[in-house]
Design a protein around this ligand. Structure first.
Ligand SMILES: Nc1ncnc2c1ncn2[C@@H]1O[C@H](COP(=O)(O)OP(=O)(O)OP(=O)(O)O)[C@@H](O)[C@H]1O
Ligand SMILES: [Mg+2]
Length: 321
């Protein structure tokens, strides 16, 4: 194959312009979350027996995989599991009350309980920090029960270990791992906008790209890497059970007949895809098949106009080169 009319560099440029959260914006959002963390730390110095133990930036802003369209800042808040109420709605109300105590210069209406988390609103910027409770009883690796933002279920996991897991993949594929995750998330977002029944959680996208990267899929040329990721999704059809040997032996993973099995890298009894139905799976496979065809056609195209039209099938009408 000769050089395709839309190249790796064109995809890099498109990602910088349309896909990625800008460095300065990411910095500002992180600083806002860190200010809350520091406020809690200061409060804890005076009140060491307070039931909130620490706050930790989690989610895409912590992992460096955020899109330009980022809507919230995810923060995990470790709460002492002995004192926290059992029922999720009570837990969330309790957490909101505690946060109002620790952040006295926030108006009560700036700290709002939501279904499974507490939203803290910054009036000056309009940004919202989403504080997710993690029930904690002293594990040195900061394992605890994270309240699932999908179901309210308590999942045994570790956000710092997830961050370490992603950090390792980023180190092995500098820039490229995070960039391909963001490009795939951007593609997912377009699929979701076109079809309510399309679901593909960001964390799952990261784990699939990690699975392929760990097995030697080259990530350095984006058209080629995207073709490989879509080809894997379309041909594997989630028959492969995704699991990682960083923190457990994949042979010990629970056996289930869930349509998709993507085990949490720190807990192989927690299937991140547990809620996904056969129909959710089929939609991902079908969309990946279409996207893979478009990428292959774009790579074989003769003219730039033709190649751009194929890339627009993947990344929408805003794609240009
Ligand atoms: N089912 C789950 N099991 C364990 N941890 C989870 C699960 N879902 C989310 N998490 C934790 O929450 C973090 C946030 O993941 P999530 O996919 O919700 O969004 P994100 O990475 O912030 O992406 P987005 O840009 O879509 O907000 C993950 O990195 C992980 O630490
Ligand atoms: Mg998020």
């Amino acid at each position: 194959m000769g050089t395709p009319p839309v190249t790796h560099d064109d995809i890099v440029r498109f990602a910088d312009e349309r896909v990625n959260l800008k460095r300065d914006d990411a910095k500002e959002l992180r600083e806002q979350a860190n200010r809350l963390r520091e406020k809690l730390e200061n409060y804890l110095e005076e009140h060491p027996d307070f039931d909130l133990r620490k706050m930790l930036l989690s989610g895409s802003l912590a992992k460096g995989t955020a899109l330009k369209s980022i809507s919230d800042i995810d923060v995990g808040c470790y709460v002492s599991s002995e004192s926290a109420p059992e029922k999720i709605s009570d837990l969330v109300d309790w957490l909101a009350k505690k946060l109002r105590t620790a952040f006295p210069n926030f108006k009560p209406e700036q700290v709002k309980p939501k279904e499974y988390s507490v939203a803290v609103n910054f009036i000056s910027t309009g940004n919202e920090v989403d504080i997710v409770p993690i029930l904690y009883d002293g594990d040195p690796k900061w394992r605890g029960y994270l309240v699932s933002q999908d179901t309210g279920e308590k999942l045994m996991t570790s956000v710092p270990m997830h961050l370490e897991f992603i950090r390792k993949r980023k180190n092995a594929n500098d820039k490229h791992f995070a960039q391909l995750v963001r490009l795939m998330k951007f593609w997912c977002k377009l699929q979701k906008a076109a079809d309510d029944g399309f679901r593909f959680k960001s964390f799952m996208v990261e784990l699939i790209v990690a699975h392929l990267a760990d097995r030697g899929t080259p990530l350095g040329d984006y058209p080629r890497a995207l073709a490989a990721i879509f080809a894997f999704l379309a041909s594997d059809e989630f028959r492969t059970t995704i699991a990682f040997n960083d923190y457990y032996d994949p042979k010990t993973c629970k056996v289930t007949n869930d349509p998709m099995r993507i085990w949490d890298p720190v807990n192989c009894e927690n299937n991140v895809a547990k809620l996904y139905t056969a129909s959710n799976k089929d939609k991902i496979v079908q969309a990946a098949l279409d996207a893979g065809d478009a990428v292959d056609s774009a790579r074989r195209a003769i003219t730039k106009g033709e190649a751009v039209r194929f890339w627009q099938k993947v990344f929408g009408s805003s794609f240009s080169a």
